[in-house]
Design a protein around this ligand. Structure first.
Ligand SMILES: *C/C=C(C)/C=C/C=C(C)/C=C/C1=C(C)CCCC1(C)C
Length: 248
């Protein structure tokens, strides 16, 4: 069933779904193999890196199928694989929170901190999902509604940013005696601040939102999301891998 949808020529978005699938698979293989040779201390972290890209790879197979089978030849298809996208994120973003927890565990990270991060992530994603669906139904205030849910979602993201730039996570990292941990923490939180900002830009291209040109395009948004996923999921994993490689 997965192989049924051929990519039609001119489908640039479908192309990015294909590349995304392969990049996520390749990154997964890399993280699993490298996990064998790093110090025991970071094996769980590398396993999580691999799970993040594997979950994404599986969802990309479905999203690619969905996209390619509904593509109408003009790149103006409205059929965005919203459900697969958000199920993927609902699994992988909490796992990224787990990466922060594992990184700071030796410095004293509490399970409470992990739950706070996961709670913010769930708020961010549930509000984003509702907002994206509201952009599809086509009632007169949908742009307003879509924008409003985007604002609520941003509060969740801001919670995570607060936690790692000012909250408990930051304090723990500052207190860590391991310079490699401090460095990895700084890089990972840079991804959350800058890399994750790619997603709201994609969201704002939805019909009625601020970057929309009022044409019904789901294609721009999906290209932006696909770039965001490649940067953030593989980038996050590589930082954890680099940390694990340096550890004695
Ligand atoms: C691997 C997937 C990741 C790292 C996904 C991250 C997603 C976001 C940071 C999404 C954020 C959003 C907003 C901040 C506002 C608009 C709605 C969202 C869900 C696109």
């Amino acid at each position: 069933m997965l192989a049924a949808a051929a990519m039609k020529s001119g489908d640039l978005v479908g192309f990015t779904f294909f590349i995304g699938t392969m990049a996520m698979f390749a990154a997964s293989v890399f993280f699993y193999f490298e996990r064998q040779v790093v110090s025991d201390k970071w094996k769980t972290s590398l396993l999580i890196s691999g799970l993040i890209t594997t979950i994404a790879a599986a969802h990309y197979l479905y999203m690619r199928e969905y996209w390619c089978s509904t593509f109408n030849g003009t790149n103006a298809s409205l059929a965005s694989p919203t459900e697969f996208r958000y199920i993927d994120w609902l699994l992988t973003v909490p796992l990224m929170c787990v990466e922060f927890y594992l990184l700071l565990k030796a410095a004293g990270a509490s399970v409470n901190m992990l739950w706070r991060l996961v709670g913010y992530a769930v708020l961010m994603l549930v509000a984003g999902y509702v907002g994206e669906v509201s952009a599809k139904v086509g009632h007169p205030i949908r742009g307003f509604e879509n924008f409003g849910w985007g604002v609520i979602s941003t509060i969740g993201w801001a919670g995570i940013v607060y936690e790692i730039f000012f909250g408990e996570a930051k304090q723990l990292a500052d207190g860590s005696s391991d310079a490699n941990v401090r460095k990895a923490f700084n890089l990972l939180r840079g991804f959350v601040l800058i890399g994750w900002a790619i997603y709201p830009i994609g969201y704002m291209t939805l019909p009625g939102n601020v970057l929309s040109n009022s044409v019904e395009l789901a294609s721009k948004m999906n290209v932006i999301y696909n770039i965001g996923d490649a940067v953030n999921k593989i980038g996050f994993g590589l930082i954890v891998w680099n940390l694990a490689k340096r550890a004695k």
